[in-house]
Design a protein around this ligand. Sequence first.
Ligand SMILES: Cc1ncc(COP(=O)(O)O)c(C=O)c1O
Length: 402
Amino acid sequence: MNAVMIKLANRLKSAKPSPTLALNAKAKALAAKGADVVSFAAGEPDFDTPVHIKEAIKAALDTGFTKYTATGGIPELKAAIVDKLKVENKLDYTPEQILVSVGAKHSLYNIFQALLSPGDEVIIFSPYWVSYPDMVRLADGVPVIVETSAHNNWAPDPAQLRKALTPRTRAVILNSPSNPTGGVYSKETLLAIADAVRGHDCLLVSDDIYERLLYVEGGFHNIANVAPDLAPRTVVVNGFSKAYAMTGLRLGYAAGPKELIAGMQMVQDQSTSNATSVIQKAAVTALKGPQEPLFAMVKEYHKRRDVMADGLSRIAGVKCPRPEGAFYCFADVGELIGKTYKGQTITGSLKLSEALLEDFLLAAVPGEPFGAEGYLRFSFATSQAIIEKGLARLAEFTSKVS
Ligand SMILES: Cc1ncc(COP(=O)(O)O)c(C=O)c1O
């Protein structure tokens, strides 16, 4: 057979495969060969899905709930999401303002597909979740990066945000608690963002996926809570992966303006159709059933956060204040960059993470793909014993750096 030249679409040229998934895959491949890898790379809970949620999947299967459902989700689940948003988040929606998708990632993808025309801009604060810029590019949009800094607890600077807003700005993405920083926006920060965007006709995308993983007093709040006048142009994105340890089951949702949700549904109608039927049933159980398993997981993450952040800060050349949410420590390793390891200069976080994986079987994600060179992301969604073991390996590495 003749070789065929497959010419891929231009829009793929600017997008990159997820580096966190790639690192995870490399760490898993090493582990599969028998290597004693310590991985801080995963962005997913190490806990098992709570038993009552698994039972709900089995029950749905046994009753034959295996057919197509309405694209946007079963009415029972939409109603449970409306209730959850009302009771927990003090936000009012009708079922037609909800779209259930195959994970929060899918919800975000649908948003940009439905919202953006070529050249439309989306403001993203860095460090950012790696998928945001590429999702925007895949929708022919332009990611506009606004930097934030650890010195300011990763809070966006309203003056810089104002400068970045243009008539082409169609959306601003907010992610608190944040992946990768674990940073949580204070009410004051959200109010300042609200002030900056008020004169602009843009959507606010509030990615609340880590909402339940909070280690500070005062509870969760997003921009629609602190600036209710902006609620009509906010789309809240959430899912079951992180809070309920359901990553592989793939379920998320968006709640927002009716017109946007209808547009997103059109995209979903012509791509995936509904999220998996039995997982939708399980999601109803997750929302309506006992929340104790979730509280137990959060309690354990809280302890691990202290072990990880304090342990990192004790290592020479590494700085890491305790993050307030999510399950990531985003450590400043800037002091190690430019130094020498095995006769070679450590040119950046990518080189650092390669050396750690190859020579110390320790997987940590480089900051560079998150838009923050000089940092490494350490997930503490793993046991305290493994955290201690990984920290010892990191300390050994730094002792060999000169
Ligand atoms: C900030 C952020 N948003 C969204 C997602 C997507 O989650 P899901 O598994 O629901 O697609 C992730 C997953 O890592 C994330 O870190």
